[in-house]
Design a protein around this ligand. Structure first.
Ligand SMILES: [Zn+2]
Length: 398
């Protein structure tokens, strides 16, 4: 397909540039070249792909962009119906399995396999995307393997995972591997400017602060309250002086995480509920017939479970933010001339760097890493954070 070759290098004029589904897969030109080649030439197609990359590198977006490019008559224009429905998951021939649960069930995979057997109904390919392929047990992987070994001619499987080692070796050996990397923060900043119209200085600040996590960078750029919460987290590092401060700081941090999790789920929860009511034909504001109430209840339970997971993720993120601060402190202490993650908090970083030694900073980083492990191991958040806050106290309080 020759149309794809027209969207070349860096756009010089954003109004005139050719839009493409690949626009948002930033800083991954080399990694996604095989995907683009497969779109352009079906001879370069493979029936199973594994797309890996660290959180925020955009692996599930890359999978959906590939699905769109495969369905689009222009090879991924980004604007036609095939593109937009593939990206959103509404395309009849693109099936997305994304889970909020810890593991993907064998029944979910069996359903996918059944769908994978049928020819595409309107598109060129039947595309099956599993967004968290690392959450399959060995037994489930074996069920899937059979379908990947003998796929129908127009079916393509796309499995996303943090790394290839997270996918069963038998599946790995039958798939092609696309490795996304952490994009350069400058590239992420560029994306926020060109796609979201964020002011360049703010875009840069958010790209660095998110450590190149595109989703988080976007949220920081869009939402001043999210930036405020991050600032609050970083401020903890200097506010803790004594034991009392530490206990209060831990409680604050849990409260900030709760507020953050709430802010990012609320909108989605309402949208999902409205969507469900619409599907059930009960969106006229009238009373819900009893037969439909259980479906709404099920949705509410799923949302609650998601909120719990999200709160944990937000706390983990807060600790990653604090680690980035101490990383900056260590950089100043050893005189490294690399860009600071928290350039906008330079004064704060300098204060901490002057207050202790490199050994103190390393001790704080260790304590933060240990807290992440504890939270992952289901220690009550307040307890884990109190221990962390105590460890962050300066050795010689002034
Ligand atoms: Zn298109």
């Amino acid at each position: 397909m020759s149309a794809a070759s027209t969207d070349s290098a860096v756009p010089t004029n954003s109004a005139a540039r050719v839009k493409s589904v690949w626009d948002e897969v930033v800083g991954q030109e080399v990694a996604i070249a095989p995907l683009r080649a497969a779109v352009a030439d079906s001879g370069a197609m493979t029936h199973a792909w594994i797309i890996t990359g660290p959180p925020g590198s955009g692996r599930s977006y890359a999978a959906r962009a590939f699905a769109a490019a495969l369905q689009c008559l222009e090879g991924g224009c980004g604007t036609c119906r095939a593109c937009t429905t593939s990206l959103s998951g509404a395309h009849a021939d693109v099936t997305l399995l994304a889970t909020e649960k810890v593991t993907i069930s064998i029944d979910e995979v069996r359903d996918l396999i059944a769908t994978a057997q049928s020819s595409p109904s309107e598109g060129r390919w039947r595309v099956m995307v599993i967004e968290d392929a690392d959450r399959m047990t060995e037994r489930t992987s074996n069920v899937l393997l059979k379908s990947i070994e003998e796929p129908p001619p127009r079916t393509v499987w796309l499995l996303c995972a943090p790394s290839a080692e997270d996918v069963a070796v038998t599946i790995r050996s039958r798939s092609r591997h696309v490795r996304l990397r952490v994009p350069d923060p400058e590239v992420v900043a560029q994306l926020l400017v060109s796609q979201d119209g964020v002011e360049p200085e703010l875009a840069r600040q958010c790209a660095y602060a998110s450590q190149s996590h595109i989703g988080i960078a976007r949220r920081l750029a869009r939402d001043p309250a999210a930036r405020g919460r991050r600032d609050q987290v970083l401020a903890l590092a200097t506010e803790i002086r004594g034991v009392g401060d530490a206990v209060l700081a831990a409680a604050d941090l849990v409260a900030v995480a709760e507020a953050d999790a709430k802010a990012s789920t609320e909108e989605r929860d309402v949208e999902e509920r409205n969507e469900l009511l619409r599907t059930l034909g009960a969106d006229d504001g009238g009373r819900l017939p009893p037969a439909l109430r259980s479906q709404v209840k099920q949705l509410e339970e799923d949302q609650k479970r998601r909120a719990t997971r999200l709160k944990r993720d937000v706390l983990d993120r807060a600790i990653v933010d604090l680690m980035s601060l101490y990383r900056d402190v260590a950089c100043l202490q050893v005189g490294a001339t690399v860009p600071l993650v928290n350039e906008s908090h330079r004064g704060h970083v300098e204060g901490l760097a002057g207050r202790g030694t490199l050994a103190d900073t390393m001790r704080c980083l260790d304590a933060l890493a240990q807290t992440r492990d504890r939270l992952a191991g289901n220690v009550a958040p307040v307890l884990a954070l109190e221990a962390m806050a105590l460890a962050l106290r300066p050795r010689t309080a002034s």
